[in-house]
Design a protein around this ligand. Structure first.
Ligand code: HEM
Length: 190
């Protein structure tokens, strides 16, 4: 949902994302960066307690990202994002929603492929040690390998789209100063 505000200089500021959408965005961003870092680190660990612990938390937090993304999609369905500032050039205005939908699709596909992979490996997930989650597929070593590759490829795609996303934010905020970043930033001026 868009929130407009009058700035101290009397001009009406560009509409911003609703605080709930901002909170969902930044919590997801932190979780996903942590997930990528832990994911890249843990696969190289030798077998042992640290690896087991890292894999377990990776799965638990990954499923939190899935829940947050479903929550964001439901929020977005009832509260469409505010229109882009008029200063944004046409091709960027066309590209922005494509990149955002690609990110949202990857934030669903990453945890789902992980959950499927875990099920195919025959390892059920007990979410945070308390909630038994259903296996999505029966144990199947060949499917496990295919899903492992899928999860790997999706993680590289996610990194590529995130790099694009951050580059676009830096471009808008530092070079063009067109107010795009402020729409999602919960702190500071209007
Ligand atoms: C946003 C969510 C997620 C992200 C960003 C993510 C990211 C990653 C990354 C970067 C890797 C390392 C890939 C590699 O370089 O080989 C990885 C591995 C792995 N992930 Fe995820 N992951 C997510 C969710 C999940 C979930 C929900 C599960 C399971 C329930 C899961 C299970 C695994 C497993 C088992 C591996 C190790 C695969 C192997 O040993 O080769 N992931 N993940």
């Amino acid at each position: 949902m868009a929130l407009s505000a009058r700035r101290r200089d009397g001009r009406v500021a560009e509409p911003r994302y609703h605080p709930a959408a901002q909170a969902l965005h930044w919590v997801t961003a932190l979780a996903v960066l942590g997930m990528l870092a832990v994911g890249l680190w843990m696969t190289g660990l030798p077998l042992g307690f640290t690896k087991l612990y890292a894999y377990t938390w990776h799965k638990w937090v990954g499923l939190v990202v899935l829940a947050l993304t479903v929550g964001r999609l439901m929020w977005r369905w009832r509260h469409p994002p505010p229109p882009l500032p008029s200063a944004v050039v046409h091709w960027q205005a066309v590209l922005a929603p494509i990149a955002h939908w690609a990110l949202l699709a990857l934030l669903l596909a990453m945890p789902l492929s992980g959950w499927l992979m875990s099920s195919a490996a025959g390892v059920s997930v007990f979410w945070f040690g308390y909630i038994p989650l259903p296996d999505l597929v029966p144990r199947d070593p060949a499917l496990f390998e295919a899903l492992q590759t899928t999860h790997y490829v999706l993680s590289r795609l996610l990194i590529a789209v995130l790099v694009l996303h951050v580059a676009a934010v830096v471009h808008h905020d530092l070079l063009r100063r067109d107010g795009v970043f402020r729409r999602m930033w919960p702190f500071g001026g209007t």
